[in-house]
Design a protein around this ligand. Structure first.
Ligand SMILES: [Zn+2]
Length: 412
């Protein structure tokens, strides 16, 4: 049984043509539930039929295809990812996982290889959350995180709803088609960061998806005129906020066990010659354990901000607005994946996923795991996103072997 790398490349090319959202610069614009998304789905469905996988579509537009097992009553091993992209995104994020899932089935079919458990492949709707927030909407819905009416009522910037757009493109299927019980869930994805490339490893085994805290910090000083107010007599909210941004970065660097990012900062009133009295900024904290994140928010970071506020004569408030716990993946599947890589002589590393993936919701209902491939320059969610095919071949081969092991044994 072998992965056919040329077939994977052909399928990835076919899913990223200009008609399906490919951009002149080699990237992708394929927001969820657009015409381009519909056309990509149509192609996926055609391939499912070619592989005798009898496609089914659930009421969130998730598309499944099942390859029967020799014990058909057993729950399937699920393999999936997503066809939607961010605007100005790349050709590999999500799409590679779909192509790899298809390849597992194509390789099994070509070899006439039976498995005990069925193998089911899936395309999840709206993984990116670029059109309808939040991300991972449809995998969340089928794993009990979101209610259907709430999902259907999500609107894009033009006010069009998820439910209407799903019906418009012809992919509003049946509740009865939803994901049933599964034995395990697998996903292959590009790393979207620089770690595997820097280490020279071909395959990443994902320890889990990091936990997140989204905080909003509001700094309050004293508004005054930029001219007459001496530099020594200011309570400048902007200077305090700037020092706080740097302090968060320095703390994350010093501890090494979480990431801190300020992506949004707004001064009020935002006028050139006014010392701003109020500055608010976002603070995105990500780490592999909740205790770390709690300690950072409640203690380490707080102390540094308190110190800056006192020195700058300002007050501040830090509110945690959104919180997600880390999702560790199934240890037994990770061990199997690593053993398979080592037996084949593939260089391998374990690493945490810093971005969200559908697999973190699947981990709520079944043992789940992800494989990463290196990403050139660590760049993703951009048009130059690229991944080396020799490494993809190794990761896809590992995915195939892992899926077969799980589908034959049943127990992760
Ligand atoms: Zn993705």
């Amino acid at each position: 049984m072998r992965i056919d790398l040329a077939r994977m490349q052909r399928r990835l090319d076919a899913l990223t043509t200009p008609a399906l959202g490919g951009t002149p610069a080699g990237g992708m614009n394929r927001l969820a539930l657009t015409d381009a998304d519909r056309d990509a789905r149509d192609l996926f469905v055609a391939w499912l039929r070619e592989e005798q996988l009898d496609p089914r579509v659930d009421d969130f537009g998730n598309i499944y295809g099942r390859r029967a097992g020799s014990a058909p009553a057993l729950p399937p091993v699920l393999i999936g990812s997503h066809l939607d992209t961010v605007p100005g995104g790349g050709r590999f994020d999500g799409i590679l996982g779909i192509v790899a899932a298809l390849e597992v089935v194509s390789a099994l079919n070509a070899a006439g290889r039976e498995t005990r458990h069925p193998i089911e492949i899936v395309n999840w709707t709206n993984e990116e959350g670029a059109r309808f927030t939040p991300a991972m909407l449809a995998s969340g819905a089928v794993t009990g995180v979101f209610a259907r009416e709430w999902v259907y009522a999500r609107t894009d910037r033009q006010g069009r709803s998820f439910g209407d757009e799903l019906a418009r493109i012809g992919y509003r299927g049946d509740e009865s088609a939803r994901l049933g019980p599964i034995a395990a869930s697998l996903e292959l994805h590009i790393e979207q960061g620089p770690i595997l490339e820097a280490g020279g490893e071909s395959v990443g085994i994902v320890e889990g998806v990091v936990g997140i805290r989204w905080c909003r910090v509001t700094v309050r000083g004293q508004s005054a005129h930029a001219g007459p107010t001496p530099m020594t007599a200011r309570r400048d909210a902007m200077v305090a906020a700037a020092r706080m941004v740097v302090a968060a970065r320095d703390l994350a660097r010093a501890r090494g066990d979480f990431n801190a990012t300020v992506g949004d900062l707004t001064p009020t009133p935002g006028v050139v010659n006014v010392i701003p009295p109020v500055v608010t900024f976002s603070l995105d904290l990500r780490g592999r354990d909740d205790t770390t994140l709690e300690a950072v928010v409640a203690d380490d970071l707080r102390k540094r901000l308190d110190h800056i506020a006192a020195e700058e004569g300002v007050r501040y408030d830090l509110a945690v607005e959104w919180s997600v716990s880390p999702t560790p993946f199934a240890p037994a599947i990770k061990d199997r994946a690593e053993a398979l890589c080592r037996a084949r002589g593939y260089s391998v590393r374990r690493l945490w996923a810093g971005a969200g993936h559908d697999s973190q919701y699947l981990a709520r209902v079944a043992p789940a795991a992800m494989l990463f491939t290196p990403t050139i320059g660590g760049l993703s969610h951009c048009e130059t996103e690229d991944a080396p095919w020799p490494d993809i071949a190794k990761a896809a081969d590992t995915l195939l072997a892992l899926a077969v092991e799980l589908a034959d044994d049943g127990e992760p």
